[in-house]
Ligand binder design. Structure first.
Ligand code: HSE
Length: 301
């Protein structure tokens, strides 16, 4: 059996406005992870690109955690874990870098231990590490996914959008941990806000499946998390407004942020430039990247 494997995993944008912890989209931005297992013990990690010098090379690393989970589950005795990562997904920005590391670790370790886990098993394990399924599901399956938790088990549905669209990810030059972004959320919300989000989430899925993309201007609205997270992202409201004013179909916080994401039919560069400019007015350096939907999810390369 080979003892080295390389996996490519897409970045992901979660929530998509109202679909908090449920909706996610795989995007055409990728991390590559090469895993070698041997019986010599030890953990090593070499990172190129995003996160170089910042990602821990020990058991606190989520990719290592994921690999160790597979080794324990499959009874594999190999104890040397050696990783090389080439990362394009920016760290702690709301584009699914930790989900990509977890899924990459699980898929690679599964491949090297005889491929005994199904993708559904991998979803369950990835969700246990990440804490919520909305980023890990599209990282595994590709496309647009809706996930729910049922008594601790993740269930998912992969959707086929009726019409293509682009996503403009505007990436500010500061990190925001998901932990910090979840800390500002309230324990309960007004009933009217819950109704607001239920209706928008239903509209979002309907709009994507029917291709009625002009409805995204309403379908990306949210009252469950974005209003509370605005305090953590200088200029957030103005950057989202700039996207809409420049012709975006709609715009929302990407995952827990601080990345902001516009959905576009055309004029993606115009939208990206306007959003960067709005961030700059608030003294936040930022860049943008135009992304499409990744259809494949994690693949062995
Ligand atoms: N649904 C999660 C959140 C995504 O918004 O906190 C973060 O990875």
């Amino acid at each position: 059996m080979a003892n080295t494997v390389k996996v490519r995993v897409p970045g992901t944008t979660a929530n998509c406005g109202p679909g908090f912890d449920a909706v996610g989209i795989a995007c055409t931005i990728y991390n590559d992870l090469e895993l070698t297992l041997n019986d010599q013990g030890g953990i090593s990690l070499a990172v190129m690109g995003e996160g170089a010098g910042a990602i821990p090379a020990d058991g606190s690393n989520v990719a290592v955690k994921a690999i160790q989970m597979v080794l324990a589950k499959t009874g594999c005795k190999l104890n040397g874990i050696h990783l090389k990562m080439v990362n394009n997904i920016p760290l702690a920005r709301g584009l699914g870098s930790s989900a990509a590391a977890i899924v990459g670790g699980l898929v690679a370790a599964n491949e090297l231990t005889g491929n005994t886990l199904t993708k559904e098993d991998i979803l369950g394990m990835a969700t246990a590490i990440e804490g919520h399924p909305d980023n890990v599901a599209p990282a595994i399956f590709g496309g647009i996914t809706v996930s729910i938790m049922d008594s601790g088990n993740a269930k998912y549905l992969r959707l086929q959008p009726a019409k293509a669209f682009s996503m403009v990810a505007v990436i500010p030059e500061f990190n925001l941990s998901t932990k910090a972004a979840r800390k500002v959320l309230p324990d309960s919300v007004p009933f009217a806000d819950a109704v607001f989000n239920v209706s928008r989430t239903a509209l979002l899925i309907g709009a994507l499946c029917t291709g009625e993309l002009k409805l995204l201007s309403h379908a990306l609205e949210d009252r469950l998390h974005q209003p509370y997270r605005e305090q953590l992202i200088p200029g957030m409201a103005q950057v989202l407004a700039a996207a809409r004013q420049t012709g975006a179909l709609g715009a929302a916080l990407s995952g827990a942020g601080p990345c902001l994401l516009a959905f576009t039919a055309d004029d993606s560069d115009e939208v990206g430039k306007a959003m960067v400019k709005a961030f700059n007015i608030h003294k936040v350096p930022a860049r943008y990247q135009v992304l499409a939907i990744d259809e494949q999810g994690a693949v062995i390369i």
